[in-house]
Design a protein around this ligand. Structure first.
Ligand code: MG
Length: 389
């Protein structure tokens, strides 16, 4: 068995850390050749020490200097330290890498993700925002450059596993499960008073801050609907969402004969990360065994679109197409950031997104500059709206 040489874009985030935990347990199968991070230099230093990559890239020049200082001159002579979007993209297309885990959070992951695609890599895609913004471009370029996109998002990994070995033409629809977040069943007036600390306390999944807030607003599921549209080439009407608070069934595929196949495991991101890392093989004991008799009951219900309208806005963005998904994503990133800073209320997040979308005139999403311009416009507009709230 040959050793897989891997690059992790966003190694200090939640997905990156989980991936390195898998690598640490299977040193005979993986070698880390490149890591990228934003500003978390302390953790990156520890990761460099533990995994000896050949290249690391950080957000900017100051961070690169700080890192160099921390690891000392002798060590940095053997290690290439790069910075900025160019540096991170250079890590993404690094020749010696067989597999790129794209795990940068948000729009910042788009350009490095595209660099990995153009280098024809096999990519484990955790950065759903990139697909939401520029899914059409990413899928086209993956075809053109012979890159393979493997889903890391748990729902999409589930769908991918359920479709394996079946004809795509036999798929009637896919059903993404959603935990419903911590505030499922709450009234509008209760939602208004929610604090960032309450929203960051997810009932079933351990994840990063941005995605945890997205889960609480149901925007995460909205982004995942758009992500599924691109990954599996299905229209909006063939993608459904069901709330499943236990997060055991990670998603289902319904075939034309009405037979459904679901994928289950305990909720632990190591499972879908490992599957992407080793596909089509599987590692042993990646997560704890699923003990259904201990769980006892799995429940399902319809999502509450009225109190959590973000999911409906995502379907709207997908239907309107073009640059609208970019605008949805950018305004959401601004809103989540403002909420975490205490500048707006929890219930202002969907309000801000809707207002930004209402002001947008849909443009074509055929080229990267068009998509990036829509992203920039939406951020500016959403920031203005934050001031006015
Ligand atoms: Mg997910």
């Amino acid at each position: 068995m040959s050793i897989k040489r891997i690059t992790i874009l966003g190694s200090t985030g939640s997905i990156g850390r989980n991936a390195l935990a898998i690598v640490a347990r299977h040193r005979n199968r993986f070698r880390v050749v490149a890591l990228t991070a934003g500003q978390n230099i302390d953790l990156l230093k520890k990761q460099i020490h533990a995994f000896s990559p050949e290249i690391v890239a950080v957000a900017d020049k100051q961070a690169a200097h700080a890192l160099e200082k921390k690891i000392g001159r002798r060590k940095s002579a053997r290690l290439r330290i790069l910075f900025g979007q160019e540096g991170i993209s250079a890590a993404a297309e690094y020749k010696k890498s067989d597999f790129v885990l794209s795990a940068i959070v948000g729009a910042a992951g788009l350009v490095p993700g595209l660099a990995a695609i153009r280098a024809g890599k096999t990519i484990g895609l955790a950065n759903k925002e990139a697909l939401v913004m520029a899914g059409r471009i990413m899928i086209q370029q993956a075809k053109k450059y012979g890159a393979t996109l493997l889903p890391v998002d748990s729902e999409h990994s589930a769908i991918f596993q359920c479709i394996e070995g079946h004809k795509k033409s036999d798929v009637r629809r896919i059903i993404l499960t959603a935990s419903g977040g911590p505030f499922s069943g709450k009234k509008m007036r209760e939602l208004r008073a929610i604090t960032p600390a309450q929203a960051l306390n997810h009932p079933s999944w351990k994840m990063g801050r941005k995605i945890t807030i997205d889960s609480a607003t149901l925007m995460n599921k909205g982004l995942e609907v758009i992500e599924a549209h691109y990954l599996f080439g299905l229209p909006a009407e063939k993608i459904d969402v069901i709330v499943h608070p236990q997060s055991i069934v990670h998603s289902l595929v319904e075939f034309h004969d009405r037979s459904c196949i679901a994928q289950m495991s305990v909720p632990d991101m190591k499972a879908p990360i490992a599957y992407a890392l080793t596909y089509p093989d599987r590692l042993t004991d990646v997560v704890h065994a699923l003990s259904l008799h201990q769980i006892g009951m799995l429940t399902f219900r319809k999502p509450e679109m009225k109190c959590f309208p973000c999911l409906a806005y995502a379907y709207r963005a997908l239907r309107e197409g073009g640059t609208m998904p970019s605008v949805l994503n950018a305004s959401n990133e601004v809103a989540v950031h403002a909420f975490l800073k205490g500048a707006i209320r929890f219930t202002d997040i969907p309000l801000l997104i809707k207002k930004t979308m209402d002001r947008h005139t849909v443009q074509s999403d055929k080229t990267l500059p068009l998509v990036l311009e829509a992203d920039r416009w939406a951020r500016e507009t959403a920031k203005e709206l934050v001031q006015k709230l």
